[in-house]
Design a protein around this ligand. Sequence first.
Ligand code: UDX
Length: 450
Amino acid sequence: MKISVIGAGYVGLVTGGCLAGLGHEVVCTDSDAEKLKTLESGRLPIYEPGLDVVIAHARKEGRLSFRANGAETVQFGDAIFICVGTPPLPNGSADLSAIDHVARLVATEARTPKLVIEKSTVPAQTGQELKRALAVYGRKSGVAFRVASNPEFLREGTAVEDFLHPDRIVVGVEDEVAEKQLKEIYRPVLERTFTCPVHSGKCPDVPLPAWLVTTINSAELIKHASNSFLAVKISYANMVADLAEKLGADIEEVVRAVGMDPRIGRSFFHAGIGFGGFCLPKDLQAFVHLAEKSGVDFSMLKEAENINKRRINRFMEKIRRALWVVKGKQIGVLGLAFKPNTDDIRFAPAIDLIHELLKEGAIVRAYDPEAMEKAQPVLPQIQFGKSAYEAAEGAEALLIATEWEQFRKLDWERVRDSMVRPLILDGRNLLSAKQMKGHGFEYYSMGRPD
Ligand code: UDX
């Protein structure tokens, strides 16, 4: 199929790249001309494992191109994926002005019937507004539009994998034609007939995805309800961690056993300094706002958000207790990204943590395998190490703020010998207390006995 993708951010690039990888012809546009130039030159504006391979391959095969001209992009596809940003407004609700802008562009530039698919995370009932906007702006053209919702469940760091091997594909539609078109788009994923661009051409042995057809309103709600549930689950683990600390229990032992109940599940059940990123915190806020607007007091979600906001304070308390005085102390921070395998620092707990440390007068040297370039402009006051070892050198405490796998495998004796005081505060429970003590460290973590 011929497909247009509007928005070349995380969601748009993964969607466009993977759809082209499935054999469709894709044209992608963005309002940011610089970003398009970067993409045209063969570079990626983001770090996302496997995406470079997918995009380079699709471009080489001539199935993916980037175009600055929005009108041409709209005219190209029979289906148009809207992948623009929906950032939070000061009141927590989602800013939908980019969606409105796209609706105007599509309605005025389309010359043939289009299936317009919302992929961006939007509050329930946005699909209805989108339909109305397309009808209003396109009333003179007489072009027919169908609207569908196809929420993404892409995790940064494994987005390509999630797109090609999802556990479910949700399509919110209003008629069979839209459903059929979407099925055609996703057929290679549903039947797994594509050549896997990652995993050296061989797909992992995971079940085929479920195909779920719902109303547009339900599809929009499914996305919000999924992300908010994950946020609640993490905050729950964090509260149990606080209690475990008081009672002398070990949160890792607790969540492991609790999560073995298949009704609960072990994933997304890890305590630490909280969840971040551009999706979970923002979607949680937008969901609270949507509930309030609909006359439903979803206080449980507000509490999940409050618990998350308090995580950095909890960690700071530990740092103060261990260091006695924070002012003037050199502190090493390992990790800046909001989670491993990404360079994304948006709403990253690590960044909030460093701001708190700076407020208290600490001297910070940080290291992250991928996120330093993005962190430099927002943290001009700190030093950046070329390696984890450099971040630790001369420090009186080393903090773990993002659970990069490579931090687990450091030469800890080298780290210990280079520090002024061998003290580790592990905000992600990445390391084993026993092993770190064995290496001669004083070691504190979250919800585990000190
Ligand atoms: C999320 C959703 O998972 C994805 O389905 C959706 O489409 C987009 O939003 P992402 O933003 O990539 O994906 O991040 P995610 O993997 O969900 O992690 C969010 C945060 O939660 C990270 O800061 C992570 O460190 C934290 N986290 C995760 C925990 O603190 N504990 C956990 O058990 C799991």
